[in-house]
Design a protein around this ligand. Structure first.
Ligand code: MG
Length: 493
């Protein structure tokens, strides 16, 4: 990126080595998740700790220049974005003392190991002391960062810039009752099954790999800028604008899991690949927020991928590689892709009930961070809250409070971004003529118009704008859950 503003250009020049460190960290992360032998964890931790400190030093060192640039009068949108993005990164490093960052790093590394075995044994007590320490640190971090109204605001802002408890309360207050209504209607109508014979159909990995290769070529993923690997938990990482990697997983049964995780991660990858040439390698050459990122993955996974038109489109690919699908028509596939039913486990949830899982986590996290719920009370609070949302109680803590990895990693404030992804997806769907563009492109077998729409209106700006500004510019409003509800009604009821 180049800027005509002298101060901003200086910032961009000074950012170059920080970008390079970020780049190295991304390669190391990808390697750690896909290739690294177990014993590599220790030296990798040492190296990434050193690199993180170099990054911190580099960013904090730009403090004076950022302050000067902030006062500059002739800034265009991109310049303002650069200054804002750097100021935001700096804020964290300046306010949160290294001792706290270091402590959190250590306790979450140990905490994640403890959580894994606690979940296996459904033994909350084995995780409780770690979680207590993590919550204490998170609350301290919130105090250091500062907030207007609620300590949880400070944590939300780390994942979704400018998003507050007030915003989240407004979203869930409309989304949850609306979702419950749609769920009731769907249950009464009984059109969508809760189980399907294909759930238990076994496949062999090489065949499914060919399906996934067909999927990424159907989505037009650029071969020279993109790669696909295997990992336990699928993820996407943008190492550079021209080097985006996704992973997927193969469990040998229920092929839609592998199929939709590939589509989901490809949606994330398309976002990274679509960031504008003019802003690459700069502080704004990155996603606007986690919520916006998730809107892209879920758009491809749910709106496009789980549509009737898509079931027809992928049928030849499936029949060619997974012979057992030959017995099924496109409508059968559509119903298999869209089974609905309540689940204790968030990651198994269908498109309808997913946001209920997030709302209950949001409610609990907010109370924990405010100090209204004690860590020791979490299992019973979880079960009571779950009962209130779903009308059923988890039979064990591993199917309840212990199911997610997030808390063991210190990611308080992260969960709401999953629902924000869905909310933004609803706004995109509406802006596309209540899904008309999706139906037309997918049934024509050419998804280029969808890709171009998303790239030209969202991807190319990267983090030039805050997530709220980006939505305001495109939709004239931000985080409005009404369109998601309309989409769900349109599809399911
Ligand atoms: Mg995702």
């Amino acid at each position: 990126m180049k800027s005509r503003n002298r101060l901003v250009q200086k910032l961009l020049d000074d950012y170059a080595p920080i970008w390079a460190l970020n780049h190295s960290m991304a390669v190391m992360t990808w390697d750690m998740e896909t290739q690294m032998p177990e014993a590599g964890a220790r030296p990798r931790g040492m190296a990434s700790g050193q690199i993180a400190m170099m990054m911190q030093k580099g960013i904090v060192g730009m403090k004076g220049e950022v302050a000067k640039a902030e006062k500059s009068k002739d800034l265009n949108d991109k310049d303002r974005g650069v200054v804002r993005a750097l100021a935001r990164e700096m804020d964290y490093y300046v306010k949160v003392p290294p001792r706290l960052v270091d402590e959190l790093q250590k306790v979450t590394t140990e905490g994640t190991v403890a959580w894994r075995s606690a979940r296996k044994k459904s033994d909350f007590k084995a995780f409780q002391t770690y979680l207590q320490r993590i919550v204490d640190i998170e609350r301290e971090v919130a105090e250091k960062l500062g907030y207007d109204k609620h300590p949880y605001d400070a944590l939300l802002n780390l994942y979704e810039e400018g998003f507050t408890v007030r915003d989240a309360d407004a979203v869930f207050a409309r989304l949850i009752p609306g979702t419950k209504k749609v769920m009731d209607r769907v249950e009464r109508a009984g059109t969508y099954p809760s189980k399907h014979p294909l759930d238990s159909a076994k496949y062999d990995t090489p065949s499914m790999q060919r399906v996934n290769e067909g999927i990424v070529s159907l989505l037009g993923m650029p071969k020279e800028r993109f790669s696909m690997d295997v990992s336990t938990h699928p993820f996407t990482i943008g190492i550079a604008p021209d080097d985006v990697r996704i992973t997927t997983r193969y469990e040998g049964v229920n092929f839609k899991a592998a199929l939709f995780s590939t589509i989901h991660e490809s949606g994330h990858a398309l976002y990274e690949l679509g960031i504008g040439e003019d802003i690459k390698y700069s502080p704004i050459g990155t996603a606007a927020s986690l919520g916006v990122h998730e809107s892209q993955s879920r758009f491809w996974e749910n709106v496009a991928g789980r549509s009737r038109e898509f079931s027809t489109l992928v049928m030849p690919l499936l029949r060619k590689n997974l012979s057992f699908t030959s017995r099924y028509k496109a409508e059968d596939l559509y119903l298999y892709f869209n089974t609905v039913g309540k689940s204790f486990i968030r990651v198994d949830a269908d498109e309808l009930s997913y946001n209920l899982h997030i709302a209950l986590r949001y409610e609990i996290e907010k109370k924990v961070i405010a100090g209204d719920v004690k860590v020791s009370e979490l299992p019973s609070v979880w079960n009571d809250t779950f009962d209130r949302y779903f009308g059923m109680r988890p039979p064990s803590d591993s199917e309840g409070v212990l199911q997610d990895i997030h808390w063991s990693g210190g990611s308080f404030g992260y969960f709401p971004t999953y629902s924000l992804g869905n909310v933004i997806l609803g706004m995109i769907w509406h802006k596309m003529g209540d899904g008309k563009l999706v139906r037309e492109s997918v049934s024509a077998g050419d998804i280029t118009p969808l890709k171009e729409w998303l790239q030209s209106k969202m991807h190319r700006y990267g983090a030039t704008y805050t997530p709220k500004q980006l939505q305001d510019r495109l939709f004239g409003e931000a985080y409005n859950p009404d369109w998601l509800l309309r989409y769900l009604e349109h599809k399911f009821a």
